[in-house]
Design a protein around this ligand. Structure first.
Ligand SMILES: [Cu+2]
Length: 306
């Protein structure tokens, strides 16, 4: 009789422990992609190369209006819950900050100010339109990170009135030439882009029809491409023509961070070459930034990956 009670008691304890782990592992899986609130102290931190990091938003994000600069502040916390402060400068900045509207219609690349004393970053975000946005702080930990792997965290915010959000579908580009003001851009992709295979693509820059051969380095590279997958918003950051970068590919969760590699540091255009590997089939939007005549230009291309 006593033995049955003991077995029953052990079963209850085991079920309890099992339930606890189940809940925690569910949180670990769902939070990076679906969680809106990174401030919940009960959440499991996102594990990345160089340790585990958690994003803590410290500004009020409940009432954000478009077309006006919104102050956004955040800190990064490490595994032990301490404010992380050991940043390594990567591409000339301590912190890179990418923002996209979730339909990938808008793209922002900003560089927050850092308060060394508090470990807090602050950035003014000029959200262009209403809608749901995903914000990606992107940094390189200066500790326990010998390969200098970047870490990308994210949080979601709602901007303006959702009734004014008209979702734009992410349709693969059929034209390889596009014009942005006085710049004529041609995109050079293989005919059949396949997942899990290294893909080299080019972005050629002309100005009023003349090939540009005096592109300027922007943040330590001739070009930067941020690639986002439609729907899941998986994030890839690739740099062109950076002799300091490596071919190291590090997959973590569903996110990828990769650096293109070449030593042609003296080539200043017209073609900017990138190489990357798309992890899955689907539709990806590529935002490429380059600098010319002191100004940063952003161009984009949507590609279907088979
Ligand atoms: Cu940046």
């Amino acid at each position: 009789m006593n033995r049955y009670i003991l077995v029953a008691a052990i079963t209850v304890v085991l079920l309890g422990v099992g339930g606890y782990f189940f809940i925690n592992s569910q949180k670990g899986i769902t939070m990076p992609w679906q969680g809106n609130n990174m401030m919940n102290s009960g959440e499991k931190p996102i594990t990345k190369p160089g340790g585990s990091y958690q994003l803590e938003v410290t500004s009020d994000t409940t009432n954000i209006n478009p077309k006006t600069a919104t102050k956004f502040s955040f800190r990064v916390k490490d595994t032990s819950g301490e404010v992380f402060k050991k940043y390594e400068i990567a591409h000339e900045k301590l912190m890179h900050f990418i923002g996209v509207r979730k339909d990938l219609a808008n793209f922002l690349h900003l560089h927050p100010d850092y308060n060394e004393a508090t470990g807090e970053f602050t950035v003014m975000i000029p959200f262009p339109d209403d809608g749901p946005y995903r914000l990606f702080p992107d940094f390189t930990p200066g500790v326990e990170n010998p390969d200098k792997q970047p870490v990308t965290l994210f949080t979601d915010v709602e901007v303006g009135n959702s009734a004014n959000y008209y979702v734009q579908s992410v349709v693969p580009d059929s034209e390889v030439k596009k014009t942005y003001g006085e710049y004529n851009i041609s995109f050079d992709f293989p005919k059949d882009v396949q997942k899990e295979k290294e893909v080299t693509f080019g972005v050629s820059v002309a100005q009023n029809g003349q090939p540009v051969t005096n592109l300027e380095n922007y943040l330590g590279a001739l070009g930067h491409s941020v690639i986002l997958k439609e729907g899941t918003l998986d994030f890839i950051h690739t740099h062109a023509l950076d002799s300091k970068s490596t071919d190291t590919t590090q997959a973590h969760d569903q996110q990828q961070a990769q650096h293109g590699s070449t030593t042609q540091g003296t080539d200043q255009g017209p073609k900017i070459s990138f190489s990357t590997t798309f992890p899955e089939s689907g539709v990806y939007k590529i935002f490429t930034q380059f600098q010319h005549e002191g100004k940063v230009q952003t161009v984009d291309y949507i590609v279907k990956v088979n």
